[in-house]
Design a protein around this ligand. Structure first.
Ligand SMILES: Cc1ncc(COP(=O)(O)O)c(C=O)c1O
Length: 427
């Protein structure tokens, strides 16, 4: 369906919105449903950016809309004054999908707040100052989160001094390291060197890791590395924190990457897809960890707002009823097969990776050199042809392939066709 073009929303943005905010396109979204977005240029696009991996059920899923409408008419906000049913119900629902043992929740409004909460909980619980994060990781933009972040220097520039006692060790990305073994060895050696020369393990509160780096390039950590990290944490009484803000809620073909890898962290930070597009995040931990966070040591006015919780309940319920995760696994397998065919045909695709529908397509030139220029050309060509895709990676040379998890086969194939044709036309 096309509609009469109105003045571009993006052209009015600069007059009122802080220029610091970046936009992936100059399009203005007018209305959306599933993976179709009607824009102010009069065209309807296939949206495989999914609100940056947030719209697991697509735009405006009827169950989410209905739950929000019902909740908005009943109770909108309590701000810590009154207990409320949607928050308790959401905690109960999360207990059914979390990795074994993770059964207590602190709700926030965003991913970065979930990370801040996890950071504070880790220090509070252990009484230790230091936190270790991984190079290339993205954990958000508030001061604690941006200190953990190292996917790009621009996120940190001119904000120093950052939070003290945060150090980074190499993330074990297999494609860039050459092999999984060498990636694992490099990371574990760097941790050992850190412990030997700068920071004894008894000063470390936590390791923060994205089990699959998002912004950093859709790069999975090897399962064996996460198992070793778990052992290391257990040996030294260090908390293992998984940032599952992007990997969570079915994106990997399991509820969480923790289950995909079979490694259970002590604390998880979740957000993005949890509430179908409404702002919600959560710090998730075992009772024994959460119990030590004494009343008043942390808090929030809006976190766990009844409307956002009602939306999250609808998301979990729909994902279960419609077997969305199983469908995402099937769709992911199909997409990966087709993307591997493209890789076979085009030497510029160096790697296709990732479980479920969290697929990264890494573009290269001259062997393994990052090819960001081509990613930009292909993305633009895809947009001209009606498909919206995002990039990621420290060198901006990876396309994220992240349609909604309930994407229909016909839409998935249409998106893949557009990507293939746009790539061929860009070479
Ligand atoms: C892995 C990860 N952690 C944290 C964040 C921060 O989330 P938010 O933008 O909701 O603050 C993001 C956002 O992209 C993310 O991908």
């Amino acid at each position: 369906m096309t509609r009469k073009p109105t003045p571009a929303i993006s052209s009015r943005t600069a007059a009122v919105i802080a220029p610091v905010l970046g936009w992936a396109t100059s399009l203005g979204a007018v209305r959306a449903s599933g993976c179709q977005v009607e824009c102010d240029d009069g065209r309807t696009y296939l949206d495989f950016a999914s609100g940056t991996a947030t719209l697991a059920l697509g735009h405006c899923h009827p169950a989410v809309v209905e739950a929000v409408e019902r909740q908005v008419r009943t109770l909108v906000h309590t701000g810590g004054v009154f207990h409320h049913e949607p928050m308790v119900k959401l905690g109960e629902a999360l207990q059914t999908v979390m990795p074994e043992g993770i059964d207590r929740f602190f709700f926030s409004n965003s991913g970065t707040e979930a990370i801040e909460g996890a950071f504070k909980l880790a220090r509070y619980h252990t009484g230790r100052p230091a936190v270790v994060a991984f190079t290339g990781g993205f954990h958000g933009r508030t001061m604690g989160s941006v200190t953990l972040t190292s996917s790009a220097a621009r996120y940190r520039r001119r904000y120093r001094p950052l939070v003290p006692e945060v150090v980074h060790v190499p993330f074990p990305g297999a494609f860039r390291a050459g092999t999984e073994d060498s990636a694992i060895r490099t990371s574990l050696d760097a941790i050992q060197d850190l412990f030997d020369t700068r920071l004894t393990p008894d000063e470390v509160a936590a390791f923060f890791i994205e089990p699959i780096q998002g912004e950093g390039g859709y790069t999975p950590a090897p399962k064996r590395f996460l198992e070793e990290l778990r052992k290391l944490c257990d040996k030294h009484g260090i908390l293992l924190v998984f940032d599952e803000v992007q990997t969570g809620f079915g994106r990997t073909g399991d509820w969480f990457a923790a289950q995909h890898f079979g490694v259970t962290p002590d604390i998880m930070a979740v957000s993005k897809a949890i509430a179908g597009g409404l702002p919600l995040g959560a710090v998730c931990a075992r009772k024994a960890v959460m119990e030590k966070w004494e009343k008043g040591a942390h808090g929030t006015t809006f976190g766990g707002n009844p409307v956002a919780c009602a939306a999250a309940l609808a998301v979990i319920d729909t994902m279960k009823k419609e077997k969305v995760i199983e469908k995402a696994r099937v769709a992911g397998k199909h997409a990966t097969e087709r993307l591997l065919e493209m890789k076979h045909e085009c030497a510029v695709i160096g790697d296709v990776r990732g479980p479920g529908l969290m697929i990264g397509i890494e573009f290269v030139k001259n062997g393994r050199e990052p090819n960001a220029e081509l990613v930009e050309v292909v993305r633009k060509k895809c947009q001209e042809n009606g498909l919206i895709l995002l990039y990621c990676g420290q060198a901006h040379n990876v396309i994220r392939f992240i349609p909604p998890l309930n994407v229909k086969k016909a839409d998935l194939d249409r998106g893949l066709d557009i990507l293939r044709d746009s790539l061929k036309a860009s070479l």
